[in-house]
Unconditional design. Structure first.
Length: 134
């Protein structure tokens, strides 16, 4: 079954929509890092975010429902970068015993999002409706 949004509605993979989804994903990741041990090692705001497998699953002239995979490449926070550069022995020990071992192993999160057109047709609102894997 192929679904698409009608004329006037955005494409789920439009550049501005992708940028908004990645920004929302970054904020959600930062919020989740604050309540986890990962904040001690990684910086959610400087990590890299990409969208893969974007697809439109339903739509009409005002709203599109979309699915994608949010791909996150983790970046170390400043404290960990400094340790890695200045204290290789401590870094080696840390690398084997903590979440640092996940550095280089990217995170993939299945997400659903909606894109809605405003009544005047000038703006679009994007909302994450489901995240799986955070």
């Amino acid at each position: 079954l192929v679904a698409g949004c009608s004329s006037g509605a955005p494409d789920c993979s439009a550049t501005n929509i992708q940028e908004t989804v990645k920004s929302l994903g970054k904020k959600e990741t930062a919020n989740r890092f604050r309540s986890s041990i990962l904040q001690n090692y990684f910086d959610a705001m400087t990590s890299r975010y990409d969208l893969n497998g974007i697809r439109t699953v339903a739509g009409n002239s005002r709203k599109c429902s979309c699915k994608a995979t949010l791909h996150i490449t983790l970046e170390l926070n400043e404290k960990m970068k400094e340790m890695k550069d200045k204290d290789p022995k401590a870094w080696g020990k840390l690398n084997n015993e903590t979440p640092i071992k996940f550095l280089g192993e990217d995170i993939n999160i299945n997400i659903d999002y909606n894109v809605e057109r405003t009544d005047d047709g000038r703006e679009y609102y994007v909302t994450l409706t489901r995240t799986e894997g955070w």
